[in-house]
Design a protein around this ligand. Structure first.
Ligand code: C2E
Ligand code: CA
Ligand code: CA
Length: 652
């Protein structure tokens, strides 16, 4: 063959080598080197590149005259075979790694898996002595020996093993990944078959390299899995990896790190500061653990997954993380102490399903429990949470939710002029569950809207009965969770419900609590505007409990502000508390909103508030929240007996 013809013959090798170099460069630039899967991928590329280069050397020297040419050809042939024979086993193992099943292989399993590979390599290494794999005839022509076919047999074994494994763990691998893997296995097999049938078309390495490129684009690419702000894996990646770990029956350790004051950092210092703190925590975690074990699961929680059953090591790491939270963190230019609640458990022992891990990531952690790592029995709070969630579903099914009413009295007459609707759940298994417990659980479980609809329907049915009008109630307050308000179609649903009962929307006063994260204002503002335009009224609830930015709070168009009981109670205790109450009342009045004070329990408090001339009072002094009939009886009794007149003595 002329040099030109040889070059033509080599073009597939050259392309293969170029492809491998490009993939290698890109992979290294992207820094995808941390995981075992990444490292094997890089080895695969290097291996293919060496195969291609040695094959080119073979092509240029084989069959040429001279002992030197023969020696070079022989050596290059030998090298190329040594590497070539390891390609399929490496690729097969790569598939096992991607599927997550490689982690289950015991040493014996691994030895068994490697034995065809070791056998072919042994045959190749012995070839200089035996000539079983290949030999040169008297004319220095290359000839295949019987053992050369063992290389193909082994290659098919590994590709088949990869495919079978993929089918076995079909559901544990994301569909994009498994489609890519199937496609590339088929491509590689096609390359081998073409080359077996037409030995002059040296296409096999090229199809291998193409598959390599495909793997880089489809499987090694992790951009969609990374959380931009923190550099950790995102929640989607967590969900997929958990599915994979659990689907392939792996044992693994889970550590949860919840930064407890992230929401207030966000509110007080803004989103860039809170991002900076989050990044600082992620950076710290990466000094303890490989980056691919760290996931940013929700706005304040990192989840760490460590393969294997080494609980002691996980416990050590968890303790170390908790200890670090005793020191300050630097978020950009700001320094601050952050507190964390650290939880730890293992799967399948503590977390048998993926949902259990995600549930832990999303569930609030009892506040008092932030100075020890919660593990084992301490994770009981999650069970309670789960039970509450079940109770919620039971409550919806069995219609055991009930709406209670608490009177709201006007100053100075102390007449009951409105009420607040408060949800109650008496479960047949858990007994009474306080709303402070079941409302957040309902938000987490995604059923808060159903509860909200139920409360509004009950209130509307009450109005439709005509009783509230007979009692001259102006409005009834209905609590809304912010989560519920920003769901699509919320305003229309609310309008639909009042229309269905024929109730005038101005009778409904929606209460929204003050502690709204700053970034929700836009959406919330739009909903409030729309509903106000429809005739509903709004109250800001729990004023004085959050850290909100007053300006943005008052940018929302509330009719009424409900001052939290905490403010009233501390006003009685000391001068500072008193000043806060006075100032709050003055400021809200300047904003031209009506004022209600909650938590009124004593006559003294009534006197104090009458002096400040707030508009409405609500509290146990008048009544606890009671069932509808009791409330009606109470309001009737007040009208008939003129209790207002008696109570007025207390107010003056
Ligand atoms: P909230 O909206 O601030 O409701 C007032 C809470 O203060 C009620 O607790 C009420 O029983 C209590 N309270 C009223 N007066 C006094 C008093 O004088 N002293 C004391 N110590 N407490 C008083 P409850 O019913 O346990 O509700 C707790 C929270 O659960 C509510 O706080 C509200 O945020 C939430 N919630 C209740 N029902 C619903 C609902 O239907 N939807 C939503 N989204 N949240 C609700
Ligand atoms: Ca309320
Ligand atoms: Ca309140």
């Amino acid at each position: 063959m002329s040099s030109m013809a040889t070059l033509h013959y080599c073009s597939f090798y050259i392309c293969a080598a170029l492809l491998c170099v490009s993939c290698l460069g890109y992979t290294l630039i992207q820094g995808r080197v941390a995981r075992r899967q990444n490292q094997l991928y890089i080895l695969l590329l290097l291996n293919m590149m060496l195969c291609a280069l040695s094959s080119i050397v073979v092509a240029f020297h084989e069959g040429r005259p001279g002992a030197e040419a023969h020696f070079i050809a022989d050596t290059a042939r030998f090298v190329s075979l040594v590497f070539h024979a390891s390609l399929a086993p490496m690729f097969g193992y790569y598939v096992l790694l991607v599927c997550g099943s490689a982690w289950q292989l015991s040493y014996r399993g691994l030895a068994l898996y490697a034995s065809p590979f070791l056998l072919t390599e042994l045959l190749i290494l012995l070839n200089p002595l035996t000539g079983w794999v290949y030999y040169y005839n008297d004319l220095f022509r290359y000839c295949r020996g019987w053992a050369s076919y063992t290389i193909y047999v082994a290659a098919f074994f590994y590709l088949a093993a990869g495919l079978l494994n993929l089918f076995r763990y079909w559901r544990a691998v994301t569909s994009a990944k498994r489609n890519a893997l199937v496609f590339f296995i088929v491509l590689v097999v096609a390359g081998i078959l073409v080359q077996i049938v037409w030995s002059s078309i040296q296409i096999e390495l090229f199809t291998d390299a193409l598959a390599g490129l495909g793997l880089m684009l489809s499987i090694e690419d992790e951009d969609g899995r990374i959380d931009m702000a923190t550099g950790a894996y995102n929640r989607r990646a967590l969900a997929f990896d958990l599915k994979n770990f659990i689907g392939t029956g792996q044992v693994f350790q889970v550590i949860g790190v919840r930064i407890t004051e992230m929401a207030s950092v966000h509110r007080v210092m803004g989103s860039s500061a809170s991002d900076a703190f989050l990044r600082a925590v992620a950076d710290y975690l990466r000094t303890l653990l490989p980056p691919y074990t760290i996931y940013y699961a929700n706005p304040s929680t990192y989840i760490i997954l460590i393969r294997g059953d080494n609980e002691a090591r996980a416990a050590e790491i968890a303790d170390q993380i908790l200890a670090r939270f005793g020191e300050t963190w630097k978020g950009g230019k700001v320094e601050s102490l952050l507190h964390a609640a650290v939880t730890r458990g293992s799967s399948p022992k503590n977390f048998p399903t993926r949902e259990d891990v995600l549930f832990m990531a999303d569930s609030p952690i009892p506040v008092k429990e932030t100075n020890t790592v919660l593990s084992g029995r301490d994770l009981g709070y999650l069970l309670r949470r789960l039970e509450v969630e079940r109770a919620l579903h039971r409550g919806l099914e069995e219609r055991t939710f009930e709406v209670y009413f608490q009177p709201v009295c006007e100053l100075p007459s102390l007449r009951i002029t409105s009420a607040e609707a408060l949800l109650r759940l008496r479960d047949r298994v858990l007994g009474n569950i306080p709303p402070a417990e079941f409302i957040p659980a309902a938000e987490q479980a995604g059923i808060i809207s159903a509860l909200g609809d139920f409360v509004l329907e009950e209130v509307c049915a009450f109005f439709a009965s005509g009783v509230p009008d007979a009692l001259e109630l102006t409005t009834i307050g209905v609590n809304l969770s912010v989560l519920q308000c920003v769901q699509p179609g919320f305003a229309d649903r609310m309008k639909g419900i009042v229309a269905r009962f024929g109730v005038n929307p101005s009778k409904i006063n929606f209460e929204i609590t003050e502690s709204v994260a700053a970034n929700d204002y836009g959406a919330l503002d739009a909903v409030i505007r729309e509903l106000k335009a429809g005739g509903f009224t709004f109250a800001m609830d729990d004023y004085g409990t959050g850290y909100s930015n007053m300006q943005s709070i008052f940018a929302l168009d509330f009719d009424l502000v409900k001052i939290d009981k905490g403010i009233l109670w501390s006003a009685e205790k000391n001068a500072i508390g008193r000043a806060i109450l006075d100032n709050s009342v003055r400021m809200i009045r300047e904003m031209r909103r009506k004022i209600l004070v909650e938590g009124v329990e004593t006559e003294e408090q009534i006197r104090l508030l009458a002096k400040l001339s707030v508009d409405y009072l609500q509290g146990f002094y008048f009544s606890k929240p009671v069932p509808k009939d009791e409330f009606v009886a109470l309001a009737r009794e007040q009208r008939n007996q003129g209790i207002a007149a008696i109570a007025q003595g207390a107010a003056s």
